[in-house]
Write a protein that binds this ligand. Structure first.
Ligand SMILES: Cc1ncc(COP(=O)(O)O)c(C=O)c1O
Length: 391
């Protein structure tokens, strides 16, 4: 082993000592609540396939037909030769669905977030106001922008207002997850918009976990919060979670989208996503709009879980979304709990730093419309049993 590798090995051992090692697990089954890892079957509460669409026959058919008609790869970046008819059709459909003037698609939400913030905020004199619990891709986007950043305590509107009023920056941006990916709570979007208006700031909203799940016909968190599209709002959402496909989009005013097309490096310098994914995403949009029953079932499961888990020794974080986190605190306890569930045939990942702040490790239970009431009851029973053994 060379000395460079030795350094890495030492760091990996340190991670292991702190219970922070991350391991890749191979699933031998498609994305579903019923999975197989190795030969072992598990009931999984781990995916973001909130509506259970990832294996829906309408989507697999649309993907296959899309590949037949349009081939596999797009062959180039959007601005060269890679912007095919399905991409354009998806962007139009997304604009109609979200109510924004125009949309732009990306290969992933990570890339979409890297496109928005560093493109709209470029000067060191500009200022970004970001919720402390924002997703890693928003944090990285801020780093790329080079602007001064203020991280306000999670959901703390009073501090945010104070920071904004003290700011002399010409261009300001409020940056927030709509549904926080590890806590599951919903940002106070209407209040954030009011502050954005008052202090003349952009409001950039990452709705990765709200799109398809919340709001009218699954339109997302803005609709859930009664906030109509507006020129100062830039919305990002992924198509790899509730939509069941992959990729992402930014919805905004005509001017913002035109500006991103001309300036956003993570849009310009990457190959356009395979056109068949756009074809499948179009089919997914239709399904999302028609999925009122799936959403109602999902919300019933959320209620079922919350009513039964409130008496466990670990606090269940306040959340009305499919992301339900049991705050277990330290890494080793969380790993042990996850392992105990695994022994009972249930898979709930242990979320540890740096994904969450130190001391805030948790079991992140992720519900899907594809779960049954019986399956949620099985999870509840297992957690109660483990709590009984520990207590
Ligand atoms: C809040 C949030 N934003 C952005 C992303 C990135 O989206 P994608 O997986 O499409 O890259 C994720 C998760 O993956 C997320 O949870």
């Amino acid at each position: 082993m060379c000395s460079l590798e030795n350094t890495l090995q030492k760091e990996l051992s340190d991670l292991a000592e702190q219970g922070l090692t991350r391991t890749l697990r191979v699933l031998n089954t498609p994305c579903s609540p019923r999975i197989r890892m190795g030969r072992q079957k598990y009931l999984a509460f781990a995916s973001n396939d909130y509506l259970g669409l990832a294996t829906h026959p309408d989507l697999t058919r649309a993907l296959a037909e899309g590949a037949s008609a349009w081939g596999c790869g797009s062959g180039a970046a959007h601005l060269l030769n890679g912007h095919l008819r399905p991409h354009a059709m998806l962007e139009e459909a997304l604009a109609t669905f979200t109510g924004f003037a125009r949309c732009l698609t990306f290969s992933s939400g990570y890339l979409a977030n890297l496109a928005v913030t560093p493109t709209l905020i470029t000067r060191r004199a500009d200022e970004i106001f970001a919720d402390r619990l924002n997703h890693a891709s928003l944090i990285d986007a801020v780093r790329l922008s080079r602007a001064r950043q203020h991280r306000y305590p999670h959901g703390d509107l009073a501090t945010l207002a104070r920071l904004l009023s003290a700011s002399q920056a010409k261009t300001k941006m409020i940056l927030t997850d709509a549904v926080f990916s590890m806590d599951g709570d919903i940002a106070p979007l209407a209040d954030l918009f009011e502050l954005a208006e008052r202090f003349d700031a952009w409001l950039v909203v990452d709705d990765a976990h709200g799109f398809g799940v919340l709001g009218e016909r699954g339109a997302g968190s803005l609709s859930h919060c009664g906030l109509p599209p507006h020129a100062r709002i830039v919305l990002m959402a992924t198509l790899g979670k509730a939509a069941g496909i992959g990729g992402a989009f930014v919805a905004a005013s005509e001017t913002v989208i035109e500006y991103l097309i001309n300036r956003a490096r993570s849009f310009i310098f990457t190959t356009a996503q395979p056109p068949a994914l756009a074809t499948a995403a179009l089919a997914s949009l239709r399904l999302i709009a028609e999925s009122a029953e799936r959403r109602a079932h999902l919300h019933d499961l959320i209620r079922q879980l919350r009513t039964s888990l409130c008496e466990l020794p670990w606090p269940l974080l306040a959340s009305e979304t499919p992301i339900q986190s049991l705050l277990t605190g330290d890494n080793q306890t969380t790993l042990r709990l996850s392992e105990s569930l695994k022994k009972r045939g249930i898979w709930v990942p242990a979320i540890r730093p740096p994904t969450v702040p130190p001391g805030m490790a948790r079991l992140r239970i992720s519900l899907s419309a594809a779960h049954t009431e019986k399956e949620v009851a099985r999870l509840i029973e297992a957690l109660q049993e483990i709590a009984g053994e520990i207590g």
